[in-house]
Design a protein around this ligand. Structure first.
Ligand code: F6R
Length: 366
């Protein structure tokens, strides 16, 4: 049942090329230059007339929402707010019938997310769901939606659900961008073709697994970790830290790299591993100077870089390469090494990676 893998989590990490492909297959038509999504096509007016998009979710799904904020604003030029469902539902939020709420949930059963949907509906918003479990409560409660086709996710720590959520949200943003005309036709075709190439690039990233295992062995006894990223890769830093906390019980925090000097830099010494996402297209030079700041305080640097990088390689203690890609698609690649790093550290610490203590796969109570 684990398909030859030691744990469901590892199996599910390795399923990502297939899961991402299944999620865009049938929706993406690069030759025709279109994206087909039934739930979007049938509600196009409502989605295009949105004054803003509110994204509500919890945990890893909330991180996918943060990535989506960058995508929607950058590509479709629609203002986005990302909300913890638990805060949103109790805040008496300002919602109008011009708002669109996107609810993201792997299980489709998360109590707080479900309550946020009901509230938004009562106040006239149009509600669009991004769920993995077909026929789940959230899938039924939303006006329309698009499923991720990740397949069953058994490991409690979410992996393939996250990358497939990002895939669906990217398609949705691109489709709205195309309808709004905020994106040039040629660039649109180019990015559709690039999406088609992502599963192969994810496979390339997975080839770094033996190297990541070596890095894991060097830091498995650390008691703290920092994760840093900027732009599209800031939410990836948050997600990397969450994965490590959940399954290895090591304290970890994710930060936007530039926020480091506003506090967390005080934590850095020779015992602090810092995972930095430093790919070429995302504010690279600025991240390099953040890395220099860490190095001068003797922090240990584990960097996720673009293939062929030289500058960061000279500074970092370890580099993990990912293939080159557009910044907007990079989270689909940069997330993978962080999942593997957490996995190996947790295994080496003797933790139950598929069923971490105190956690449930679907949180049906608030
Ligand atoms: C993290 C994790 C949780 C879930 C969160 C939301 O690995 O699994 O943080 O992401 O409980 O669950 P869903 O997506 O089912 O609403």
């Amino acid at each position: 049942e684990k398909g030859g893998f030691d744990h469901f989590m590892l199996k599910e990490i390795y399923e990502q090329p297939r899961a991402i492909k299944d999620t865009f297959r049938g929706r993406l038509r690069p030759n025709e230059g279109i994206i087909k999504m039934a739930g979007v096509d049938q509600n196009l007016e409502r989605l295009l007339n949105a004054n803003r998009i509110i994204i509500a979710a919890c945990g890893t799904s909330w991180h996918a929402g943060l990535v989506a904020e960058y995508i929607f604003e950058d590509l479709a030029r629609i203002p986005v707010e990302v909300e913890y469902a638990s805060e949103f539902r109790y805040r008496n939020p300002v919602i109008t019938d011009k708002d669109v709420l996107i609810a993201i949930s792997q299980s489709g059963e998360t109590a707080d997310t479900l309550a946020a949907i009901k509230l938004a509906k009562e106040r006239g918003a149009f509600v669009f769901g991004v769920c993995n479990v077909v026929g789940s409560s959230i899938a039924r409660e939303t006006h329309a939606g698009a499923y991720t086709h990740a397949g069953p996710e058994i490991g409690v720590a979410s992996t393939k659900a996250f990358t497939t959520q990002i895939t669906v949200l990217t398609l949705l943003a691109l489709k709205l961008a195309q309808e709004k005309g905020t994106y040039s036709k040629s660039r649109f075709r180019e990015i559709l073709t690039e999406i088609e190439g992502i599963p192969h690039k994810v496979e390339k990233v997975l080839e770094s697994n033996p190297l990541i295992e070596i890095i894991a062995a060097a830091y498995k006894d650390a008691s703290n970790f920092l994760y840093l990223g900027r732009g599209y890769n800031f939410p990836v830093a948050l997600e990397g830290a969450l994965k490590l906390k959940e399954i290895s019980y090591i304290h970890a925090e994710g930060y936007p790299a530039a926020e480091m000097k506003h506090g967390p830099i005080a934590l850095i010494d020779e015992h602090m591993p810092v995972v930095v996402i430093a790919t070429k297209k995302g504010h690279y030079e600025k991240v390099v100077s953040n890395i220099q700041e860490i190095k001068s305080r003797k922090g240990k640097i584990i960097a996720v870089v673009t293939e062929g990088d030289v500058q960061v390689r000279e500074l970092a203690d370890h580099v993990i390469e990912v293939p080159e890609c557009s910044e907007s698609l990079s989270p689909l690649l940069t997330t993978i090494p962080l999942q593997l790093l957490s996995y190996h550290i947790a295994v080496m610490r003797g933790c139950n990676v598929d069923q971490p203590r105190n956690l449930a796969k679907s949180v049906t109570v608030e």
